[in-house]
Design a protein around this ligand. Sequence first.
Ligand SMILES: Nc1nc2c(ncn2[C@@H]2O[C@H](COP(=O)(O)OP(=O)(O)OP(=O)(O)O)[C@@H](O)[C@H]2O)c(=O)[nH]1
Ligand SMILES: [Mg+2]
Length: 299
Amino acid sequence: MRERLLDLKGHLEASIDFPDEEMVLNSPKELENSLNAVKQDLEKLIRSSEAGRIVREGINCVICGKPNVGKSSLMNALLKEERVIVTPVPGTTRDAVSEYVNIGGLPINIVDTAGIINTGDPVEKEGVIRSKLYLEKADLVLFVADITTGIVKEDKEIIGLIRGKETICVFNKIDIETRKKINTDEIKKYFGKKVPVVEISALKKINLDKLCRDISAQVWSGSVFANDYNILINARHKDSLVKAAEFVKEALGSLTGLRPQEVVSISIGEAVSALGEVTGESISEEVLHRIFSRFCVGK
Ligand SMILES: Nc1nc2c(ncn2[C@@H]2O[C@H](COP(=O)(O)OP(=O)(O)OP(=O)(O)O)[C@@H](O)[C@H]2O)c(=O)[nH]1
Ligand SMILES: [Mg+2]
């Protein structure tokens, strides 16, 4: 992108400095198209900073489901400690609790939420509102249902809330004799897509390793890291890319506003320097200072 911008700047400067020479230069329309293409590539790269966030802060993995299906028991089982309160009374978890756990080498921020239910109780209601907010921010959802009942009406309503999300469907309590047989085609119909289905017992710690493998697979198979996320960038890179994108937009504004070519060229030059801060070609004192103050490397 930096090379492409330098090339455009070269064309502009040539036409400014040598207006009488017969040279084949970019037309304003060509220049506009090229700038737009760079702008789009920059924006794509900026979006990929999300992958950097995931690597630094971990996957946001939210456990949800109706009351009493064993969400908190699952949280404790994954953490290998009795972190959250478990009781036979539905509506035990009132507020979300989150904790980090390492699954397959990735930091996973597991969030246990209050069971989602239509309720008149004001405290429970608040808990449900919070559960929904956490669901919106989830990178991955563990939808928990009770295998002794299978998917019932309340479950279907919750599935409706998480349809667009990456989900693993977890059937809990397989240690109980009266369990139902799970039909994966039916599950697929409810979710509108194929989702991994795992049958576990959070209480008796059965099949938790399989669930962990499914969580890792879901993350690494690229469904949590969406396709665009193939380059990792850090916060400093992102700042520079955002700056570069702003200057490219400024250049486009000047170009379409028929302002002097010098003005367009200056903005492109600024975008080139901002990109140079990422590639290492133009590195300001300030950036050097930031790097050496953060990392233990010799100048
Ligand atoms: N038999 C059996 N019981 C379980 C299992 N997991 C949880 N339970 C029991 O189910 C009840 C509810 O468990 P919780 O983990 O509190 O359920 P929850 O989904 O967090 O419930 P709320 O916080 O009320 O939404 C408790 O009595 C648990 O001991 C399991 O795998 N097998
Ligand atoms: Mg709970």
